[in-house]
Design a protein around this ligand. Sequence first.
Ligand SMILES: O=c1ccn([C@@H]2O[C@H](COP(=O)(O)OP(=O)(O)O)[C@@H](O)[C@H]2O)c(=O)[nH]1
Ligand SMILES: O=C(O)[C@@H](COP(=O)(O)O)O[C@H]1O[C@H](CO)[C@@H](O)[C@H](O)[C@H]1O
Length: 334
Amino acid sequence: MTENSPTAFADRIDATGVDPVRDWSARRTYRAADFRPADLVAAKAGRRVSVVLPARNEESTVGVIVEALRTELVIGVPLIDELVVVDSHSTDTTAAVARTAGARVVAQGEILPALGDVPGKGEALWKSLVATDGDIVVFLDSDLREFDTDFAVGLLGPLLTEPGVVFSKGAFDRPLDDGRTVLPAGGGRVTELVARPLLATHWPALTGFIQPLGGEYAGTRAALESIPFAGAYGVDIGILIDLYEAFGLDALAQVDLGRRVHRNSPDSALAVMAMHQHLAVLERLQRHGRVAGAAAPGDTLRLHRRDGVSGEFVSESVAVAPGERPPMREVRGG
Ligand SMILES: O=c1ccn([C@@H]2O[C@H](COP(=O)(O)OP(=O)(O)O)[C@@H](O)[C@H]2O)c(=O)[nH]1
Ligand SMILES: O=C(O)[C@@H](COP(=O)(O)O)O[C@H]1O[C@H](CO)[C@@H](O)[C@H](O)[C@H]1O
């Protein structure tokens, strides 16, 4: 148990009105613009940085992302020491496009073959730890549109400059591409309908994370190699929960990366993704002793939006206490 572990961390507003999540957010929310690549190169102080892109059938976007990272943050300034694409059983030209753009491409199935291979993003990220050697590892999705290398700079910022921070997660606006146009909001459907309510119920301390499922995050190798990786799309929420349980909230940070546009899957695919969240959370409820009765469930849903005036993210808390009524026959004395 760390000084910030759940049993020590007052997960909800206490009697004095102190809101620990709001205090954490004020202390550990950064902006990509807070960090300059050249300053971060100096801050590396001998540490190596690996950037990993898990990619399954991303031929239309992976090349642009790799080329931008290589041009600006490998050749332009030596911030990134290795740029690796994990080819996650693609059936298109993802591997060739990524290689041509300058990435080292590793086939997911060829890493740790003795341990077999499980389809899914979680396997790609877990195996990437074997295929890379950086002291800090940055994960970026390969289906991003409008990619900006500030995503990597921002995520590396707190890890290279804030002692004690072992993990940083991207925060951003989530437009929704409905196939005809890109709507300004509406993305992050599994986040809003599944992950955020699950965390509000079981891990209120993590409700300050604006995008708990976003695929853009970074961690120290030591921290990432100390926790299990949930399979498939449960990996993202699993890493967040397990690093919180192991290192406490103040070791985690989030960085405002602006706006994130990616390929939006159909609802049918999101149902499977949603089930991955439930399975990852259920496993962690048991593992971290948050079984029923160990702690009162959260009763507040913290919603985030970008303020039109300040341009900063603001949050509002909605009380959620549905309660329950007893069987009517008991009320009637039956
Ligand atoms: O089996 C898989 C599934 C997904 N991905 C990658 O993981 C990232 C996030 O997946 P996806 O875009 O399908 O999720 P979404 O962002 O739509 O929730 C993308 O770079 C995918 O190419 C992967 O490497 N292996
Ligand atoms: O945030 C979400 O709800 C989902 C789906 O996003 P959209 O509704 O398609 O914008 O996307 C995220 O979730 C996946 C599962 O954790 C991550 O792997 C993806 O990187 C992330 O984009």
